[in-house]
Design a protein around this ligand. Structure first.
Ligand code: CTP
Ligand code: MG
Length: 217
């Protein structure tokens, strides 16, 4: 079981001087938390990190400093998240059975979530994603006109880590750019299960998110 950790984003919306993966969260770069937790996961054997361009060496040094012995490769990320995942996936050996894709932007990773997505593959699913019910009512709009109110019971806010049968993900990711890997697998006809997500698995997008995550550390 391999993990691809997508950490190559620039963090425009966070607006720091460094890429988001190297913005401080407590005493460490943001990336440290997800990397150490993946490394400690009983479900993960090896990790590929997609690093921001020119930050490959700091990623390798951080992994060494944290004693993350499962980090097998560090690649330079691409222009989009999908590109970064593709480049990371290229370093996953052909005989890998499962690939778990996780965003470094979600630091508070619990192994129980990894367990839930990986276990779903054992049940015969092609992929599995953690999802949370929505608190807000969601409407589809055209410009500023509401055209539809979506049935909330049928909606989930989806997180990472997302687990896939390795060959299925490889085949699906050849197409265009998807916002998440599951969308690519769904579009290719794959069956994706939604499992229980984790409210603490917050995605750091802006400075307020960083504060919220720091408070939960
Ligand atoms: N990501 C990546 N390669 C990219 C873009 C994003 O590996 N070219 C990763 C980010 O590092 C992050 C995850 O995908 O862990 C989710 O992306 P997002 O939260 O949008 O991060 P950024 O793209 O860095 O932020 P922004 O969109 O504000 O620039
Ligand atoms: Mg982005």
């Amino acid at each position: 079981m391999w993990a691809v950790l997508a950490a190559a984003g620039s963090g425009e919306r966070l607006g720091g001087e460094r890429p988001k993966a190297f913005v401080r969260l407590g005493a460490q770069p943001l990336l440290a938390e997800s990397l150490a937790r993946l490394d400690a996961s009983q479900w993960i054997d090896a990790i590929v990190v997609a690093a921001p361009p020119a930050w490959e060496e700091p990623v390798v040094l951080l992994a060494e400093e944290l004693g993350c012995g499962k980090v097998s490769a560090c690649v330079t990320g691409g222009a989009t998240r999908a590109d970064s995942v593709r480049l990371g996936l290229a370093e996953v050996p052909p005989d890998a059975a499962v690939v778990v894709v996780h965003d470094a932007a979600r630091p508070l990773l619990e192994d129980s979530v990894v367990e839930r997505v990986v276990t779903a593959l054992g049940e015969g699913w092609d992929g599995a994603v953690p999802g949370l019910p929505l608190a807000d009512t969601v409407k589809r709009v055209e410009g500023d006109r509401v055209v539809e109110t979506l049935p909330r019971d049928e909606l989930r806010a989806v997180q990472t880590p997302q687990a896939f049968v390795a060959d299925v993900l490889r085949a699906a990711l050849t197409g265009s750019d998807w916002t998440d890997c599951a969308a690519a697998v769904e579009a290719a006809g794959g069956r994706v299960k939604v499992v229980e997500g984790d409210p603490r698995l917050i995605k750091v997008t802006d400075a307020a998110d960083l504060d919220r995550v720091a408070a939960l550390l």
